[in-house]
Design a protein around this ligand. Structure first.
Ligand SMILES: [Ca+2]
Ligand SMILES: [Ca+2]
Length: 185
C-alpha cells in the first residue's frame, strides 16, 4: 500500500509528459485534449459535402485540440489512415484542420521538403482536386491540384511558415477517395 502514492505520482508525471506539445507560434491549444501531444493527422473536420449538401461540424474560432464535436466524430477523413475513405464528390468540398499542432514548413538547408500529404486515391490529371491552405480558416491560398495517390505538398511557395487548414474541392468528373491528411514531421 505504501507504494501507491509513488505510483500515482509517477503516473501523473507520465501523463504530464504525454500531454506536452510543441506550441505553435499561433498560440495554439496544447493542453488538455486527448491528442494534446500533437497529432500528425487532421484532427478536426470543419465541413464536408455529402450528396450535394454542405455539412458543417467544426467551429473554427473555438476549436479545441482533441475535441471534435457534432456529426463529424466518425468522419472517415479524420485522424490516422484506416482504409476507410471519404468520397469527395464532384463539386464537393472537404475542409479539415490541424488544431493540436499546425503543419509546419519544413526545409533542409536551402532545400524545401514537403510538408503534408493527402492520403487519397482516384485523383488524376483529368480528375483532380484543388488544394487550398489557410492559417486561420478564413483566408485561403491555392496550392495546386491533387492529381495522384498519396501526393505530397509544399507550403513554402505560399509564404506561409505554417498552416492549420486544408480545403480540397471536388474533381469535376468522379469522386476522389480520401482516407486521411497527414502533416509530415
Ligand atoms: Ca516545406
Ligand atoms: Ca480514414
Amino acid at each position: 500500500m505504501r507504494s501507491r502514492p509513488t505510483l500515482l505520482i509517477a503516473a501523473g508525471l507520465l501523463a504530464v509528459q504525454a500531454c506536452e506539445a510543441q506550441p505553435p507560434d499561433l498560440g495554439g491549444p496544447p493542453g488538455d485534449g486527448a491528442d494534446a501531444g500533437g497529432s500528425d493527422y487532421a484532427d478536426l473536420i470543419v465541413s464536408f459535402t455529402e450528396d450535394g449538401v454542405t455539412q458543417t461540424c467544426g467551429e473554427v474560432g473555438t476549436a479545441v485540440c482533441g475535441a471534435q464535436t457534432g456529426n463529424c466524430m466518425d468522419h472517415p477523413a479524420l485522424g490516422a489512415p484506416d482504409a476507410i475513405v471519404y468520397e469527395l464528390e464532384p463539386g464537393g468540398l472537404l475542409e479539415v484542420a490541424f488544431v493540436c499542432r499546425p503543419i509546419l514548413d519544413r526545409v533542409d538547408g536551402d532545400t524545401p521538403i514537403p510538408d503534408f500529404r493527402v492520403l487519397a486515391s482516384g485523383a488524376s490529371d483529368s480528375n483532380f482536386g484543388v488544394i487550398e491552405i489557410s492559417r486561420d480558416g478564413d483566408v485561403y491560398q491555392s496550392l495546386g491540384n491533387l492529381i495522384r495517390a498519396d501526393q505530397e505538398f509544399h507550403i513554402t511557395d505560399t509564404g506561409f511558415d505554417y498552416v492549420r487548414f486544408i480545403r480540397i474541392s471536388g474533381a469535376p468528373t468522379a469522386a476522389i477517395q480520401i482516407d486521411a491528411i497527414e502533416a509530415l514531421r
